[in-house]
Design a protein around this ligand. Structure first.
Ligand code: G3P
Ligand code: MG
Length: 246
């Protein structure tokens, strides 16, 4: 089936079987053999990087309200597990720095920025990544490419990934205005084909499509030569790749 085997990247951890963007979810992905995790970040009222997908806490905790209006201490009192399953009661919204402390060195951490907060998020993230050193492989992605450009200028060592949900005539063209600043492409998995993946990889970029969860979609992307696959089911993808490697 394969050219080179892609990296297995757990979407929000292992979001199909654990509450997304919690340590339980990240730990599960890692235990199931993921090469890395994807997570989403926002900024709290007191300027801390908090791991959560939505801009409100309503869907994934027992609280309600906007993330940016709450301090990290307030956010950390919320239960982020029981909404998914009673077994996960007690899970908390992680701070980004805690995830870095817990994920084994060498694994990939794909940080997706969900908002800029007037540039404050890029500044805080830049500081945090400097403090973390080079313990993990880090790629920072966003649908907002202007945020990525600002971060790159603030911290040139950052690996930048373009997230997008479109099938542009030329995927490479998305780097217009950011040549030399992009490391990877993160397309919607249904909106990229083999020829585009081949072209991007020949040009030296990594390609990490999101978020296929079915075997037929994984197989197609492996055949097409994706560098990594961001999935809610990292354990099952790992099993498939093991079987194929024989
Ligand atoms: O980073 C890939 C994927 O997470 C983008 O969409 O909404 O799941 O954050 P979303
Ligand atoms: Mg995401």
């Amino acid at each position: 089936m394969s050219k080179n085997q892609p990296l297995v990247i757990g979407h929000r951890g292992a979001a199909s079987i654990a509450p997304e963007n919690t340590w339980a979810s990240f730990r599960t992905a890692i235990e199931q053999g993921a090469d890395g995790i994807e997570l989403d970040i926002h900024l709290s009222a007191d300027g801390k990087l908090i791991v959560i997908h939505d801009d409100t806490v309503d869907r994934t905790t027992d609280g309600s309200g906007e993330v940016w209006k709450m301090t990290a201490e307030e956010l950390r009192k919320l239960d982020a597990g029981a909404w998914f399953d009673e077994r996960f009661r007690g899970e908390r919204l992680p701070l980004l720095e805690e995830v870095f402390a817990l994920v084994p060195p060498g694994l990939l951490i794909n940080i997706e920025i969900k908002g800029s907060y007037g540039g404050k998020l890029e500044e805080e993230l830049s500081r945090m990544l400097d403090a973390e050193g080079r313990s993990h492989r880090v790629v920072v992605s966003s649908f907002d490419h202007k945020i990525l450009q600002r971060l790159k200028r603030l911290r040139p060592a950052t690996a930048i990934g373009l997230l997008y949900s479109a099938n542009p005539v030329t995927h490479l063209g998305l780097t217009t205005g950011m040549q030399g600043e992009v490391t990877s492409f993160h397309p919607h998995h249904r909106l990229i084909g083999e020829s585009d993946i081949t072209e991007l990889r020949r040009a030296g970029y990594a390609v990490y499509p999101y978020t296929p969860n079915r075997e037929e979609d994984w197989r197609r992307l492996v055949r097409a030569g994706a560098s990594g696959i961001i999935t809610d089911r990292p354990g099952e993808l790992r099993e498939l790749l093991r079987r194929e490697a024989g």
